[in-house]
Design a protein around this ligand. Structure first.
Ligand SMILES: C[S@@+](CC[C@H](N)C(=O)[O-])C[C@H]1O[C@@H](n2cnc3c(N)ncnc32)[C@H](O)[C@@H]1O
Length: 278
């Protein structure tokens, strides 16, 4: 396995996307490689990623994590999709020709912030992959731009396309007692000023520009969709110190079919006996 410094210094490194594309995903040119490397490392260390894995990157942007995975997924495959055509075109032109096991797809799904005129609603979108296709699925700063029904559907689609026992890593701004206290402190970024149902958003005129979810809601939607929580790495966004990442990182494992049905039977039994609220 190659080490991080070897990856960064490798000859013939892939180009860095132009500034206008980086602006779309909100990244400074000097941060594209370092933040991508950090996200890759978190994925590798915290999900047990291996070079032979089949990986799905939902909302792949302009390949910030793919860039590093090209040197690592030597026997595996990478699929990434995104709603912004220019981002996907850059990945297709600059990454895929050198790495035939890397595929990028544009999906015409609407997102008010990124792709207003998309033809398909995210809450009804079916990922273009067969059931049980991937060992790992990740979403870096994507659920921070999706509202509840979209998040619910994407969770179900991640559950459908992951192999049983497969692992998903997703980042959020999670609202809990600690982060809610810090929202009122000056200097916290982003500023979640507005309540929208149970979510908090930064802009009323563009709700999908940044979205924060209650932690209990994220846990229960993921549970309903057949996932078992493995770990939450709380992030620095709300003023915490000594964190792994800026956003909160949630890592879940798809339960096997038997585990799923056993869990469903147990939940129903608990509900019937009044231990769980309906
Ligand atoms: C902050 S950027 C992060 C991009 C990439 N994951 C990264 O870490 O560099 C958010 C990305 O989510 C994509 N996106 C927004 N809505 C989406 C949706 N419904 N399905 C897939 N991607 C979506 C955007 O086009 C954008 O590329």
């Amino acid at each position: 396995m190659k080490t991080e410094p070897e990856l960064a210094a490798r000859p013939g490194a892939l180009p860095i996307p132009p500034a206008d594309l980086l602006k779309i995903i909100g990244v400074l040119p000097q941060d594209y490689v370092s933040v991508g490397r950090h996200l890759f490392r978190v994925l590798r260390v915290h999900t047990g990623l291996r070079p032979g894995h089949k990986v799905l990157d939902v909302g792949c942007g302009c390949g910030r994590v793919a860039w590093h995975l090209t040197e690592y997924l030597t026997r595996g495959t990478y699929d990434g999709f995104d709603v912004v055509p220019e981002l996907v075109a850059w990945c297709r032109d600059n990454i895929a020709p050198r790495h035939p096991n890397f595929r990028f797809e544009h999906v015409d799904v609407a997102n008010f912030h990124y792709h207003k005129r998309g033809a398909i609603q995210a809450q009804a979108f079916r990922f273009p992959y067969a059931d049980d296709s991937f060992h790992r699925v990740f979403l870096a700063s994507v659920f921070t731009h999706l509202l509840t029904d979209d998040f619910r559907n994407y969770s179900a689609e991640i559950g459908r396309t992951l192999k049983p026992g497969g692992i998903a890593l997703m980042t959020f701004f999670l609202l809990n007692d600690e982060s809610r206290r810090s929202l009122v402190r000056p200097g916290t970024r982003p500023r979640f000023w507005h309540q929208s149902g149970r979510l908090m958003i930064t802009r009323r005129d563009d709700a999908e520009s940044a979205v924060a979810y209650p932690e209990d809601m994220v846990r229960s939607i993921l549970h309903e969709n057949g996932f078992e929580l493995q770990q939450i790495l709380f992030g620095a966004w709300c003023g915490r110190e000594q964190t792994v990442s800026y956003q909160d990182v949630v890592i879940v494992r798809k339960r096997g079919r038997k585990e799923h049905w056993a869990g469903a039977v147990r939940d129903t039994a608990l509900r019937l006996t009044g231990w769980l609220r309906p």
